[in-house]
Write a protein that binds this ligand. Structure first.
Ligand SMILES: [Ca+2]
Ligand SMILES: [Ca+2]
Ligand SMILES: [Ca+2]
Ligand SMILES: [Ca+2]
Length: 505
């Protein structure tokens, strides 16, 4: 048996004997192919180099044992260089949290195959309800609502006659690390299936509103996320009001942008357009394995927030449908902004698990501000990027410093505002978002929600930079009070002073 070295020189001798002291790390300014370069160096200098090898970048990564995980490129793509990754960085995120069982994801969809072996243990169970006794034990207006509700057939069994709801539920929160089928994004979170779509996958807004209201009533039981993987052209005040109530109940709602290949800034898409009106709605586009917008995905610089993988997405379907398709493993693969939204719902659940005090606006900002910016997505999405679950979980408790010098820039027409940019942390770094509000009377904490929101605010520049911003010409002339809220990438917020501006025709 060898004894441990007693002295520094002895240790140095050990290193020398093993040749560790002769190791040299090389760094390259440009991207290289490490294994090929190592091989070439060895061939070129056989007498000068004992061995050459890539300097592997390692980090702890929770990789689940689900057999189909290797096909889930959207969680972790192992077949590309790191800088080309188009997945949502799930294993890195799982090192921070795998999701809390206190967080419930309400999946408003076509229901769920509740006995599916990779989902059965993931269902929310209403602790206030005694099953099958014909009594509304918790007095919420629904008899025997133990694990969700069927708003189509008005019964306590949200059975999935289509397959879509089971698929979306599995992407957000399939049972994971159970050596079966797939991994879900938020392993720990539970699923509340709210059936609002029929066997053909048709949803009506009235049914959706009932499902949203149910989710709001269940906020006290842990509902923090609503998934809305459906859409169509239109607007709805009713659904806007239901989702505004969800915002007050601290629930974030993730909406699919739609699969028409269209610009949602031109044609409002329901419910995705509500992102421009509510702090808790996020509209999600679909991206592919190359970080490109999927050809079918809707987009919109103002109306669609962020991209997420939505092409070639393997998930679970009902056991009935799998049998029809001849897929004995119960899986299905396909494309859509539906899938992209469901994955983002899983990430929102991870954020709510790690930061339970987060308001919906903070969850939304985490999703948008930490997206990997992709040149091809710039100008097409609010964030200009694809969601990154790991970065979205950034621990940051330091808010930007308040803006104290907001004022009207003198001597310019059209009128403009100017202020000094604060930072990510106080006066350091770069903040993530400005939310510019205006109102005909001074804005207070209680009237902020009624203050109008500037549609297309500028992005913050590094701390200390003088910002100037021209007031948009489509704001009707009168006297206004302007206020800027500045957010960092974790949703920490500071306000500016208010400035009075009179706009003339
Ligand atoms: Ca009940
Ligand atoms: Ca009952
Ligand atoms: Ca599984
Ligand atoms: Ca900060």
């Amino acid at each position: 048996m060898r004894r441990a070295p007693h002295s520094l020189p002895e240790a140095a001798l050990l290193l020398e004997r093993h040749g560790v002291d002769r190791l040299i790390a090389l760094r390259f300014a440009r991207p290289i192919d490490p294994p090929r370069l190592a091989e070439r160096l060895l061939r070129q200098y056989p007498n000068a180099i004992e061995f050459a090898e890539p300097d592997y970048l390692l980090r702890s990564q929770l990789v689940p044992n689900d057999p189909l995980f290797s096909f889930q490129w959207y969680l972790r793509d192992r077949n590309v260089f790191p800088e080309r990754r188009a997945d949502l960085w799930a294993p890195e995120a799982w090192d921070i949290t795998t999701g809390s069982s206190d967080v419930v994801i309400a999946v408003i969809d076509t229901g769920i195959d509740a006995a599916h072996p990779d989902l059965a243990r993931k269902l929310f169970v209403n602790p206030g309800e005694v099953p099958n006794n014909g009594v509304d034990d918790d007095g919420n207006g629904f008899v025997d609502d133990v694990s969700g509700w069927d708003f189509v057939r008005r019964d306590p069994d949200p059975d999935d006659e289509n397959g879509h709801g089971t698929w979306m539920s599995s992407l957000a929160a399939a049972e994971t690390n159970n050596a079966l089928h797939i991994a879900g994004v938020s392993w720990g979170s539970r699923i509340l299936p709210l059936k609002a779509g029929d066997e053909r996958g048709n949803f009506s807004t009235s049914t959706i509103i009932q499902a949203v209201n149910y989710a709001v009533a269940m906020a006290a039981r842990g509902v923090r996320v609503i998934n809305m993987s459906f859409g169509g052209p239109g607007t709805s005040v009713g659904l806007e009001r239901a989702l505004a109530a969800a915002n007050d109940a601290r629930i974030i709602a993730i909406a699919a942008a739609g699969n028409d290949g269209q610009n949602n800034d031109m044609v409002p898409q329901l419910p995705a357009y509500l992102t421009t009106r509510l702090d808790n709605v996020v509209a999600v586009a679909a991206t592919d394995r190359f970080n490109q917008l999927a050809f079918f995905s809707n987009y919109g610089r103002l109306n669609v927030d962020v991209g997420a993988p939505g092409v070639g997405i393997i998930g679970l379907t009902t056991r009935n449908l799998a049998a029809e398709l001849g897929r004995s493993d119960g899986t299905i693969t396909g494309n859509g902004t539906s899938q992209a939204a469901a994955l983002v719902s899983g990430i929102a659940a991870l954020i709510s698990s790690a930061y339970p005090e987060s308001a919906p606006i903070q969850v939304k900002i985490r999703l948008l501000a930490n997206a990997d910016r992709i040149p091809e997505l710039a100008g097409k999405l609010v964030s200009g990027g694809r969601v990154n679950a790991f970065r979205a979980l950034d621990r940051d408790e330091i808010a930007p410093a308040p803006i104290t010098d907001l004022r009207v820039l003198s001597g310019v027409t059209p009128p403009a505002l100017t202020w000094t940019a604060t930072g990510d942390d106080g006066l350091l770094g770069q903040a993530a978002f400005y939310d510019i509000r205006y109102s005909s009377s001074p804005i207070t904490a209680s009237t902020l929600r009624f203050a109008l929101r500037v549609k297309d605010p500028p992005r913050p520049q590094p701390a200390g930079t003088i910002e100037t911003w021209t007031i948009p010409s489509d704001i009707p002339p009168r006297t206004y009070y302007f206020l800027i809220r500045v957010f960092d990438n974790a949703g920490n917020m500071a306000e500016s002073n208010q400035v009075e501006v009179t706009l003339t025709p």
